[in-house]
Design a protein. Structure first.
Length: 112
């Protein structure tokens, strides 16, 4: 397989995982806003804890980013994923902030 093909495959997989986690996080936001603290919310938390552990193990880099680096010399933030560069650059900040809001609302819903 050519390096360009390998990079395309990694970018596609990375993008599909990103879409999956968007579905998860926006379901979690819906769940806490509608006070629907069901098993899917807690599964979502589990998935984000797992993602956090993986990021910690790889020094805050996605393993797919590390793999993609072997096939690209690009200095753009989106070299490893099919996202606009600004979103790839700010991805962790945006989604960590959304997750923080979800955690705060979850705590509120549990305490009320």
């Amino acid at each position: 397989m050519k390096n360009e093909t390998k990079l395309i495959l990694i970018k596609t997989i990375h993008t599909l995982i990103w879409v999956f986690f968007n579905v998860v996080i926006f379901y979690m936001l819906y769940a806490v806003l509608s006070n629907k603290l069901d098993k899917w919310l807690w599964i979502g938390y589990g998935l984000f804890v797992l993602e956090g552990i993986i990021l910690l193990l790889f020094k805050f880099f996605c393993p797919l980013t590390i793999m993609a680096r072997k096939y690209s010399n690009s200095s753009k933030d989106n070299f490893d994923i099919y996202l606009p560069n600004w979103l790839a650059k700010n991805n962790k900040l945006i989604y960590t902030s959304v997750l923080a809001v979800i955690i705060i609302i979850t705590i509120y819903q549990l305490l009320k």
